[in-house]
Design a protein around this ligand. Structure first.
Ligand SMILES: NC(=O)C1=CN([C@@H]2O[C@H](COP(=O)(O)OP(=O)(O)OC[C@H]3O[C@@H](n4cnc5c(N)ncnc54)[C@H](O)[C@@H]3O)[C@@H](O)[C@H]2O)C=CC1
Ligand SMILES: O=C(O)CCC(=O)C(=O)O
Length: 411
């Protein structure tokens, strides 16, 4: 077993222990259903040959078609993609959308590719995996370094092979069968998640201070929506570095600066802070919204926040999580915190199948209902079993997947 997948399974094991599952059941629930590895050869703009590796790991489909994002990143190796695919199984079950879990990845630094090269790479990947994906089998979506344009290319390329079918992929542009509210959904869901957790503790978003690592889709939407809700965003960062203002940043001004300069760095009314130091700033809520494995045994003891809101997938190592728990820091786990994305992906898929479009108000209201319901579910299990929010979330998810697996039976 490799590291990222092993970490996911160690977290799962804490819930398996509470549920007293047999070894056979553990193997069944942990093991991915199918792993596809493809070589991707493309013509680069300068005429040379580009050679990349892509993955699609389909973890579990007992509750519905495989579902999960596609990541473009140099570290998107089989171990990471496998771990992220497993997390999708538990996320879709916890938030109760009729899907299983999958994830895709291409090992590439997309900043080194032109737009035309990225399109060729995406189309080649779709050509290599089109037999394994489909509206009732496996539905990709955006993740790190992929966006609505990438989803549009997948939709188009898939349609070249199978005929028009926008429900093969979610997170598409709104004008190309995408859903209103999908782009903001993960950040919005994270905002609802922390609002529910704070309310339970007799606190509110108004005046609560946040520090956010990552200012891409998830981080920037979370910053904007939290600011609108009256919270104070003290610091944000991207891969190039961070910015800090103890009186609070204006996320809209930061967005404008990032749009113009491709980074948050050097935004006016802020001082610089490194990505490492940002994690240890004084604040109420720390929001990792970029890469995984950033809170570890190296820095968990130095985190000053009362809450860690896991907008990223797998931002906390097993040891880091133990330290945070021992110190009384409340961790709002990834499979709940960032489930808003796949929830609105589900709404998009349902709209595509019905050839019907929802207004954004309906999307946001339905998302809010599901985030509130999942929080109540997790809270009940936490109290029942006296476990962390993470273990409670896994228990809730495992119970649903286990039940579906049992009802479908073995051959
Ligand atoms: N996009 C979505 O709907 C969902 C995303 N997520 C998770 O949220 C996280 C962020 O995803 P997106 O916002 O979609 O990606 P993105 O590609 O839009 O943005 C990523 C951000 O992280 C920053 N970043 C990258 N490497 C970094 C590093 N080493 N240190 C600090 N910052 C770094 C980038 O500069 C960028 O600001 C990922 O863990 C992803 O799996 C989870 C659920 C859904
Ligand atoms: O929207 C989706 O289908 C999945 C998004 C995703 O990759 C995730 O939740 O980690």
């Amino acid at each position: 077993m490799t590291k990222a997948f092993e970490t996911t399974n160690r977290f799962l094991q804490q819930a398996f222990d509470v549920l007293d599952l047999s070894e056979e059941e553990v193997i069944l629930l942990e093991t991915p259903s199918r792993e596809v590895k493809v070589e991707l050869i493309i013509r680069m703009d300068d005429g040379s040959m580009g050679n990349f590796i892509g993955y699609r790991v389909q973890h579990d489909d007992s509750r519905g078609p495989f579902k999960g994002g596609l990541r473009y990143h140099p570290q998107a190796d089989l171990d990471h993609v496998r771990s992220l695919a497993s997390l999708m199984t538990w996320k879709t079950a916890l938030i109760d959308v009729p899907y299983g879990g999958a994830k895709g990845g291409i090992q590439v630094d997309p900043t080194q590719l032109s737009l035309a090269e990225l399109e060729r790479l995406t189309r080649r990947f779709t050509q290599r995996v089109h037999e394994f994906i489909g509206p009732t089998t496996d539905i990709p979506a955006p993740d790190m370094n992929t966006d609505a344009s990438v989803m549009a290319w997948i939709f188009d390329e898939y349609s070249n092979h199978h005929g028009f079918n926008p429900a093969v992929v979610t997170g598409k542009p709104v004008d190309l069968h995408g859903s209103h509210g999908r782009e903001a959904a993960t950040g919005r869901g994270a905002m609802y998640a922390i609002r529910e957790v704070l309310e339970r503790d007799g606190r509110g978003l108004e005046g609560t201070s946040f520090v956010i690592q990552g200012f891409g889709n998830v981080g920037s939407w979370a910053a904007k929506l939290l600011h609108e809700a009256g919270a104070k965003v003290l610091a944000v960062s991207d891969i190039k570095g961070g910015i800090y203002n103890p009186d609070g940043l204006d996320p809209l001004a930061v967005l404008e600066h990032a749009y113009e300069t491709s980074s948050v760095v050097d935004c006016k009314n802020s001082e610089p802070v490194s990505n490492e130091d940002l994690l240890e700033l004084e604040c109420d809520v720390l929001v990792p919204a970029a890469l995984g494995d950033v809170i570890t045994e190296e820095n968990a003891a130095d985190i000053k926040a009362d809450y860690v809101l896991e907008a990223a997938n797998a931002p906390t190592s097993f040891e880091g999580d133990q330290i945070l728990n021992e110190r009384g820091v409340t961790v709002v786990p990834d499979i709940y915190c960032n489930a808003g994305g796949v929830t609105v992906s589900y709404f998009e898929w349902a709209q595509n199948i019905q050839h019907f479009s929802w207004p954004e108000t309906r999307v946001n209201a339905e998302l809010e209902k599901r985030m509130i319901a999942a929080h109540k579910h997790i809270r009940g299990l936490k109290n029942k079993h006296d476990v962390s929010l993470r273990t409670a979330a896994f228990i809730g998810a495992i119970e649903r997947v286990r039940e579906a697996t049992t009802m479908r039976g073995l051959q």
